[in-house]
Design a protein around this ligand. Structure first.
Ligand code: GMT
Length: 386
């Protein structure tokens, strides 16, 4: 198949899923064309069967807001025509599904078919999409898509409830490449790698996100402050975003900044995650929680919040620990209990890796997308927009 993929190319779970999907599809022999305003950050160097088409957005004195969605629609139609794409797959509904709808109409006027699949990821439904200025058009573009997938049952139900969407939605979960995200099997190699971040007796807690308010990075620092009072530990924060400065200030105010590593944005998180003992994910909301899945595959359990689609990934007490949002004391106690009970932690590490392999490995999930594309192309995906 020749597949066009559009996503937000910057730091963020939906862009990561879209990019990893493109890489996996290309490895299966499909031709993949990314159409976006810049090259997705995880793409570099892995481009066999992958093409990237930039969307140029011209400015003009009249435009206070250059219309990216229109430029994207034009480029989608162009790329689809020149490269004979079979379908488009857009990640994050706003505005990508609307641009795809326009591109489909433009090509239909020329007698060409360009079906598109929209994947719902999270705040496109739970936050941004609910804004009245976006809701009607987002609902329309979802309803009119040739195929719609959602990353969890939770998000599917929210889309039906909050948007009144009546068309079929297929749940295709987030996935992880279990050969790329692996634990470090050799304990002495792991110790050497860990020694760059911590002393042998210190535990390593990690957090990985885009530091938006929904991730509650400040809670991460507060949880760590309680933990480090009782056990020697270091905190590694991977990523960057609006709440980084608040987290840095808090670390200084609490006098624990020397124990916290702000690593900024990192491309090879698969090399960092296996160094951790526990991942902290105290999010306000997660439609799935990709970071926790990537950690699980590396044998790192999460102490997280029981929100959105997280319970569909983490089995509380078996592959991680779940708490109410804002329960900093609970999450600190849970983290301490695991650090002090190494047998329980080891059992959780193994159980997490097994879950990642059995249910969420790319080799299982990516074929679900391929089957769905085939259903869309043959007009059997449930409801079709055309
Ligand atoms: O909804 C968002 O915040 C955007 C999105 C992103 O691009 O970062 O994150 C969502 O998509 C990820 C990949 O499908 C999911 O694993 C995250 O749980 C989800 N984030 C939220 O729901 C907050």
């Amino acid at each position: 198949m020749r597949i066009g993929i559009t996503c937000y190319p910057t730091y963020g779970g939906s862009g990561v899923v879209a990019t990893e999907l493109g890489i996996e599809l290309a490895a299966l022999g499909h031709e993949v064309h990314f159409i976006s305003y810049s090259q997705p950050f995880r793409l570099s160097g892995r481009d066999e069967g992958i093409y990237y088409h930039e969307v140029p957005v011209s400015s003009y004195p009249l435009f206070e807001f250059p219309p990216y969605d229109l430029a994207l629609a034009s480029r989608m139609a162009e790329v689809a025509e020149f490269n004979e794409l079979d379908l488009l797959h857009v990640h994050y509904a706003i505005p990508h599904s609307v641009s795809a709808l326009l591109a489909r109409q433009m090509l239909a006027a020329k007698g060409r078919r360009l079906p598109f699949v929209t994947t719902l990821h999270g705040t496109d439904i739970t936050l941004v999409g609910l804004d009245r200025s976006y809701l009607p058009i987002t609902r329309y573009a979802i309803q009119e898509s040739d195929g719609v997938t959602s990353i969890s049952n939770y998000l599917k139900e929210k889309t039906v409830e909050d948007f009144g969407v009546t068309r079929g939605i297929e749940v295709v979960t987030n996935f992880v490449n279990c050969d790329v995200y692996t634990p470090i099997a050799d304990e002495s190699r792991r110790s050497v790698a860990r020694s760059r971040l911590a002393r042998p007796e210190e535990a390593i807690l990690m957090h990985l996100s885009n530091f938006r308010p929904v991730k509650r990075v400040v809670d991460v620092v507060r949880i760590f402050a309680q933990v480090v009072r009782q056990v020697p530990a270091q905190l590694v924060l991977v990523g960057d975003g609006p709440d980084r400065s608040a987290a840095e200030w808090l670390a200084h105010d609490l006098g624990i900044h020397s124990k916290i590593h702000f690593m900024g944005k990192q491309e090879r998180v698969n090399e960092l995650l296996p160094l951790a003992d526990i991942l902290l994910m105290p999010s306000e909301l997660e439609s799935f929680g990709l970071a926790a899945l990537e950690a699980m595959a590396c044998k790192v359990p999460s102490v997280a919040t029981r929100v959105g689609g997280v319970p569909e990934l983490i089995d509380d007490g078996e592959t991680g620990l779940l708490y109410p949002v804002g329960d900093i004391d609970g999450m600190a106690l849970g983290t301490l209990s695991l650090l002090k009970d190494r047998d329980r932690l080891a059992a959780m590490r193994d159980a997490g890796r097994k879950t990642a392999q059995k249910r969420f490995c790319s080799s299982l999930v990516v074929p679900q997308y391929v089957r769905y594309y085939e259903a869309v192309l043959s007009g059997q995906s449930g409801d079709s927009g055309q």
